[in-house]
Design a protein around this ligand. Structure first.
Ligand SMILES: *[C@@H]1O[C@H](CO)[C@@H](O)[C@H](O)[C@H]1NC(C)=O
Ligand SMILES: *[C@@H]1O[C@H](CO)[C@@H](O)[C@H](O)[C@H]1NC(C)=O
Ligand SMILES: *[C@@H]1O[C@H](CO)[C@@H](O)[C@H](O)[C@H]1NC(C)=O
Length: 306
């Protein structure tokens, strides 16, 4: 119903728009795209639910090998619940990978190892490979299920252990994973401690038209949302989406330190600078002076205080 009314508005908008003929048609197409894309997304968002196929691969300095933990937990059965061993000791952070990726991929494991070296935390990689190894459009719509799975887990953990509080949780997400993080945060009423968006995906979210902020990462999704842009306007979003947005090297591809991997054969290909992103983020985690500020809030706070 809401969308039918909106379509009428779109038609009136197109009809009323006084502009030259070419911008008129461009605007019309953009409005039409926005309408169609939002209609598809709203259906998927309303039917989104936690998915068993999503797995959590958790690691901290004490665990020699990563623990694979289930996404659906029965909060009434406390025995054999490995989550209960994980929760109390260390701050819990999540990392959500992007399209056509999976939790046991090399760079994801490497990122996990680097991050726990840098901070004494438990980092759980949200492995949604079963839902991400699809065509781009399907993967895009699956982010709502992924977000719903992460939010559902956080709610279960809160029920199981009263010391656990969403305000202490950080979710980092790369590319489509950034929007999944945003949706998890939205389901948790924006009460999550922090979301870190790493080159949040642009196509179908802000390219060719930006969909409403319920459908993508925005600053309402957590108490503190920080976003790094590295392939703005191509594979990454151009839109300011956090309380703090960072634009290393201008935020666009080519990024100067893109390292070629098998996924990124052509150095001038913008994909390289989106995938290659993590050769950028990963050393960033313990070497670059900026990352500490990126992952913790210190520099951000210094900026707003100055
Ligand atoms: C959770 O575990 C309890 C106790 O073992 C059981 O009675 C209940 O059916 C389980 N709930 C679900 C949703 O599996
Ligand atoms: C990490 O934090 C835990 C809990 O506060 C502490 O017991 C442990 O010594 C710390 N480990 C390292 C290596 O810093
Ligand atoms: C979580 O922490 C926030 C802020 O410290 C507090 O307002 C809230 O009551 C806590 N929630 C629970 C369930 O303890």
């Amino acid at each position: 119903m809401f969308h039918r009314i909106k379509l009428i508005f779109v038609i009136v908008f197109i009809w009323q728009t006084p502009s030259t003929e070419s911008t008129f048609w461009t605007n019309s197409l953009v409005e039409l795209f926005r309408f169609l894309q939002e209609s598809i997304m709203v259906d998927r968002m309303e039917s989104a639910q936690p998915r068993e196929e999503v797995q959590f691969i958790c690691k901290n300095r004490k665990l020699k090998t990563a623990l694979s933990l289930p996404s659906l937990v029965n909060t009434t059965t406390t025995s054999h619940n490995k989550w209960l061993d994980i929760i109390p000791s260390l701050p819990l952070k999540f990392f959500i990978h992007g399209w056509k990726d999976y939790g046991s991929n090399n760079w994801v494991e490497q990122l996990q190892d680097e991050w726990i070296k840098f901070q004494n935390i438990t980092l759980c990689v949200v492995d949604w490979g079963a839902l991400s190894l699809k065509d781009y459009k399907s993967a895009t719509l699956n982010v709502f299920d992924v977000g719903s799975t992460v939010a559902g887990l956080i709610e279960s953990l809160e029920r199981m252990d009263e010391r656990f509080n969403r305000t202490q949780v950080t979710i980092a997400g790369y590319s489509l994973g950034a929007h999944a993080a945003g949706y998890a945060g939205q389901l948790l009423n924006g009460e999550l401690g922090e979301i870190i968006g790493l080159d949040a995906a642009g196509p179908l979210f802000t390219i060719p038209a930006d969909v409403g902020d319920t459908f993508r990462l925005d600053k309402g999704d957590a108490r503190f949302v920080q976003v790094m842009h590295t392939s703005m306007g191509t594979l990454g979003t151009h839109m300011k989406s956090g309380h703090a947005d960072f634009y290393p090297n201008g935020g666009v591809s080519p990024q100067s330190n893109c390292v070629l991997t098998s996924a990124t054969e052509n150095p001038r290909n913008s994909e390289c600078f989106h995938y290659g992103d993590f050769s950028f983020h990963s050393p960033f985690i313990h070497r670059c002076c900026c990352l500490q500020s990126f992952i913790s809030h210190t520099v951000f706070q210094a900026i707003i205080q100055s």
